[in-house]
Design a binder for this molecule. Structure first.
Ligand code: ATP
Length: 249
């Protein structure tokens, strides 16, 4: 068996007294795309953030390519370089142009020269149809374009894994497709991804595996064909009906 790229093993996380992740186990193979689906508050973002240690889990083990994420060998920024995260809010610096936004961390944190970072930056922007916007400022871009820049920024350090946290949730519906197309392209390139999304159609088309999270517990994890096949699996139907009825999807 191929060793997993991300190995989440019986991970538990509390915020204060509140149990947010309850012995979660999930293995993601190299080049695999796993979508996490669940109601608001079910622990999806927390699980994603535990993988690159923006949040520290309390019990269990998370390994990235075999190395525990709390291993000192990652240093201060090594883990975020290898497991890059993109958020719903693009978090671009308003006072910097696009090229400066995406080259800042590679230069300041990861020690790349300006020339090296800008070469890579221009390549990544071109790939995402953003070559003409290198000197634009974030406020001059649509939400979809800003999110494309945020994804470009995450790819600057050539991560092994991309962690995507509801990256289309803040976009107008007509802009969602352009961002999802980029993610499909990354999948075709073989990028390993863990994706929190409410876009059920996207999960069905793009994921190799879908995991349902409920109250900090993984209820199901299976291929989209098996979970969403026709007729829809009773377990999927029951899960989706429940979270849709709660208005918290
Ligand atoms: N930093 C924090 N401090 C305290 N509680 C937190 C913190 N972050 C998240 N929580 C709580 O942990 C639970 C899970 O939150 P999380 O953001 O992981 O859920 P989610 O499934 O991603 O929800 P959403 O879809 O709304 O983003 C929620 O009850 C939330 O209020």
């Amino acid at each position: 068996m191929i060793p997993p790229m991300i190995d989440i093993d019986t991970v538990t996380k509390y915020f204060g007294e509140k149990l947010v992740l309850d012995r979660v186990s999930l293995r993601i193979a190299p080049h695999e795309v796993v979508c996490l689906i669940g109601a608001s508050g079910s622990g999806k973002s927390t699980l994603l953030r535990c993988v690159n240690r923006l949040v520290a889990h309390d019990y269990g083990t998370i390994r990235l390519d075999g190395v525990p994420v709390d291993d000192p060998s990652f240093g201060k920024t090594g883990l975020q370089k290898r497991a890059a995260i993109v958020f719903q809010s693009y978090n671009l610096f308003a006072h910097m142009n696009v090229l400066d936004n995406i080259t800042l961390a590679p230069r300041r944190v990861h020690g790349q020269s300006r020339a090296e970072a800008e070469d890579r930056g221009r390549d990544v922007l071109a790939r995402f149809g953003m070559a003409g916007f290198a000197t634009s400022y974030p406020e001059q871009l649509s939400g979809g374009q800003q999110q494309r820049v945020a994804i470009a920024r995450a790819l600057m350090t050539r991560p092994d894994v991309l962690l995507l946290d509801e990256i289309t949730a803040a976009l107008d519906p007509e802009l969602v497709g352009e961002v999802l197309a980029i993610i499909r392209g990354l999948k075709d390139d073989g990028m390993t991804m863990m994706i929190v999304t409410h876009e059920m159609g996207f999960a069905r088309d793009c994921a190799d595996r879908v995991a349902f999270l409920d109250g900090g517990v993984i209820l199901e994890q299976d291929t989209p064909d098996r979970l969403f096949g026709t007729p829809q699996e009773p377990r999927t139907k029951a899960f989706l009906q429940r979270i849709i009825a709660s208005g918290r999807l």
